[in-house]
Design a protein around this ligand. Sequence first.
Ligand SMILES: Cc1cc2nc3c(=O)[nH]c(=O)nc-3n(C[C@H](O)[C@H](O)[C@H](O)COP(=O)(O)OP(=O)(O)OC[C@H]3O[C@@H](n4cnc5c(N)ncnc54)[C@H](O)[C@@H]3O)c2cc1C
Length: 468
Amino acid sequence: MLLSSSRLLSFISLPALITSLQYSAIEKGAYEADSILRRDAVIIGGGSSGTYAAIGLRDKGKTVAVIEQKNLLGGHTNTYTDPATKTPVDYGVIVFDNSSIVTSYFNRFNIPLTTGTGRATGSFTESYIDFSTGKNITSYVPPDPTAAFNAYATQLQKYPSLNKPGWNVPDPVPADLLLPFGDFVKKYKLDGAVPTIYFFAQGFGDILSIPTLYFVKYFSLSFLQGVETGFLITSRHDNSELYEKARTELGDDVLLNSTVLSTDRSGTDVKVSVQTPAGKKLVIAKKLVISIPPLLSNLNGFDLTDNERSLFSQFTSGALYTGLLNHTGIPDNVEITAVKPNTPYNLPQLPTLYGLYLTAVPGLKQFLYGNSAPLSDNDVRSSIVSQIQKLKTAGTIPTASTPEFVAYSNHYPYELRVSADAIAKGFYKNLTALQGQTKTYWTGAAFDRHDSGSVWAFTEGLLGGIAA
Ligand SMILES: Cc1cc2nc3c(=O)[nH]c(=O)nc-3n(C[C@H](O)[C@H](O)[C@H](O)COP(=O)(O)OP(=O)(O)OC[C@H]3O[C@@H](n4cnc5c(N)ncnc54)[C@H](O)[C@@H]3O)c2cc1C
């Protein structure tokens, strides 16, 4: 259907009209006195960065309110406790950088840390399965990544600013950072590192086509060091303890199961109208901290500026799903990694199970499943079941059984990114310049990278401005 330019204009201006009506509707008088909260800062999102911001601002003597859509804090952190043995199993965030910000944050909550990889230890068999056929690819031997990692580290050393928190992208953007990662791998002979990078980049989508910038940022020098020498893990293997303790400390300042209806940043203060289980509330604050993934679809009701809208409209996202399965029919001492023969680097085609990993509970396997775009939970669950059942059909496992989902978590959106063209045109310079405009501070993985320690360091760097 073709639209005349005048009709097109009326289509464009309608949402703006609705928006302006909606924002002018935040009137203090429309709320009962006991539904109005006054705080120094209102934080949208109670995941990794939002919780860190809330605790950090409290520690600076500031008052906060946290608006979180789920019924708990922690974002991508998931912990299941086996009812029979009371053994906790982390199946979202597992490892942390060995950095001072990580140790002092966990120390603050009296949570002991130890070193580890977060992967199974002891005696087990690693099988490489083609989930499209259910066959065990016994001929597949993963490459030794040592030489490729050394070559990769040489490349990373060219971009020290990208190893720091935030998007300090060199200007002009070096051509190598705009290459599809597959071309960068070929150019610098990094082939032997691809399976390991693929393992850690689960949920990114088709890694070979993504601009190299995202790997230099995420699979950074400090991350590489963690891969080679080990990360920190919680000694009790219960990462949710951090968020439970933060929740207890923040008390009524956390509004769970709550969503933003609208925001108004036009006055001296920021006004946020919130739908909570106890009815509508109005939070009036000096500063707004937005820690949720900034996709336009996740910012309904926010009074975005044209600049913010234009930047966020460019984001696309991968999709990652995690959980725990019983009754897979796979022996307890077998861990599975997905491969696909006759593809570049034997990488499986998306959507796929990335692997089935051992946990501390016998019989219980952790799964990771991903795609380059979101899928329905029903589609993900049925695809996982059918991929595992192919193992029996192919004779790879002896017993037929129907896997049972003991836990399931949808981590979409994950790893927000923009095109190489947008990066070259200064996207990250413009994104970074948003900080502090219209009393608003932005944090979270989209403003840094998907790494808890790095996100906390980035957030820490914003606290002075928020508290000022
Ligand atoms: C499966 C998985 C495993 C990972 N493992 C590790 C690991 O082992 N180590 C590591 O360092 N990093 C890991 N990461 C990376 C991790 O995502 C980041 O370190 C960190 O969670 C990013 O923090 P964030 O605050 O941006 O996002 P999140 O922690 O996801 O927080 C965002 C919060 O905002 C809430 N929210 C979203 N939209 C709205 C809305 N509209 N209104 C209100 N609330 C909203 C969400 O519910 C969530 O609680 C992992 C990520 C995933 C997905």
